[in-house]
Ligand binder design. Structure first.
Ligand SMILES: Cc1ncc(COP(=O)(O)O)c(C=O)c1O
Length: 400
């Protein structure tokens, strides 16, 4: 009988991931340990899901207490903590209403459905004609609809046919958005910073220009802040850097405190009110465990001052990265504690760099544009940032 976890996963798992070889067994704060007891600094933070550090005691306590009191009951019935979670999320973000789901993908699907129904029922677009504009190089998840409007060919190849009703414009070009809008456009879906796409930061003022164009054309501005939201960029929402309040907002990842999949689609009242009972839902969305962890996560974010911390340490991280003078570095991008280091593919492959960094005790994952991404827990300290930058420098020296 096989009892090696790697062999078991290789034998019984689908091959849709290609993880690094170590097997993780324990996590605390900004560190994880493998089955051999070796410690690693986690600079990926589960793609921004572990903003509070691994196994944050307050979040674990909230989850355990709730698990011993009441588990999943479904939305067929009311539960006693969902309202408080939704209220806190709305108050903090300035949105009117929130619809709980689980994964980020589901929150985006919810936004797409809301936008289409709003387009038909409120804006007056003819039935089945509503269009949504998205950006090139986007990443919003992996459902059929979402991959259908991805510009990454691997995400689409073999998975069609895809739903119609999406148009694509270059990211960072507000004029292109304006030109693409037609009377059938219901919404514009955008990431304030493209995380998976390579930590691509648009020009200053891009989002506020888009907001103005959307307002002038009665088009909903839908911001996917699943990766950039909840303090990651040094503001509660990345849209705040441009002084923008979107009409619809998607949150996920860090909302689950690193413990559970918890996501929300939040929106203006007239957008959310298109949903009537039976239109949309999820067995697990807004379950008592998710609600209690989500509420505690929002409170921890504020009470531990993690948003300001991300702003301050983000400056430190970028300062440190700018001292690296490797010829392999093309550009350092990012905001707050979301950073991307783009490498020259002729000199170093980001995937290789991440492998060597792991050997040096620092975990992260490459992303598109041959970019090494840092998205550590917002609780990371200066000395740990120094360690991560040191491991990157060492890896570049070894490989270039
Ligand atoms: C901006 C953005 N939207 C949506 C998603 C999808 O979230 P999930 O993987 O939880 O479905 C991601 C995941 O990386 C993301 O970065």
């Amino acid at each position: 009988m096989i009892d090696n976890p790697v062999l078991l996963e290789e034998r019984y798992g689908a091959r849709n991931y290609a993880p690094l070889p170590m097997v993780l067994a324990r996590a605390e704060g900004v560190y994880v340990w493998d089955t051999e007891g070796r410690r690693y600094l986690d600079m990926l933070g589960a793609y921004s899901a572990v903003s509070y550090g691994h196994c944050h005691p307050r979040l674990v306590a909230a989850l355990v207490a709730q698990a011993g009191r009441m588990d999943v009951v479904s939305r067929a019935f009311r539960s006693d903590n969902l309202g408080a979670f939704l209220a806190r999320a709305c108050e903090m973000t300035g949105m009117d209403r929130a619809l709980p789901m689980n994964s980020g993908t589901e929150a985006v699907e919810t936004a797409l459905k809301a936008a289409r129904k709003w387009g038909h029922a409120v804006k007056g677009i003819a039935d089945n004609s509503a269009e949504i504009i998205v950006c090139e190089n986007n990443f919003h998840g992996r459902s059929i609809a979402i991959t259908g409007f991805s510009s990454v060919s691997q995400y689409r190849a073999g998975f069609g046919p895809f739903p119609a009703g999406f148009a694509c414009v270059p990211f960072g070009d507000a004029g292109a958005l304006e030109n693409m809008i037609t009377p059938n456009t219901a919404a514009f879906l955008v990431e304030p910073i493209q995380g998976e796409g390579g930590v691509v930061v648009p020009p200053d003022g891009y989002l506020s220009d888009c907001a103005e164009i959307c307002r002038a054309n009665n088009v909903l501005l839908m911001c996917d802040e699943i990766q950039t939201g909840l303090g990651r960029t040094g503001r509660l929402l990345a849209a705040e850097h441009d002084g923008v309040r979107p009409d619809g907002l998607m949150l996920g990842k860090a909302l689950g405190g690193g413990l559970l999949p918890v996501s929300l689609f939040l929106a203006r009242a007239d957008v959310m009110e298109v949903f009537t009972p039976g239109d949309h839902g999820s067995t697990f969305g807004g379950n008592p465990l998710a609600a209690v962890v989500g509420l505690e996560a929002l409170d921890v974010l504020v009470e531990e001052g993690l948003i300001d911390r991300a702003a301050e340490l983000g400056v430190y991280l970028r300062d440190r990265l700018s001292t690296l003078n490797s010829p392999a570095i093309v550009e350092v991008r990012g905001r707050g504690l979301l950073a991307g280091i783009e490498l020259d593919p002729g000199r170093a492959r980001a995937e290789e760099v991440c492998r060597v960094m792991a050997e040096r005790g620092v975990l992260t994952k490459d992303t598109h544009r041959n970019t090494v991404r840092f998205a550590p827990p917002l609780t990371v300290e200066r000395g740990q940032i120094d360690d991560a930058v040191g491991a990157l420098a060492g890896a570049l020296q070894e490989l270039v």
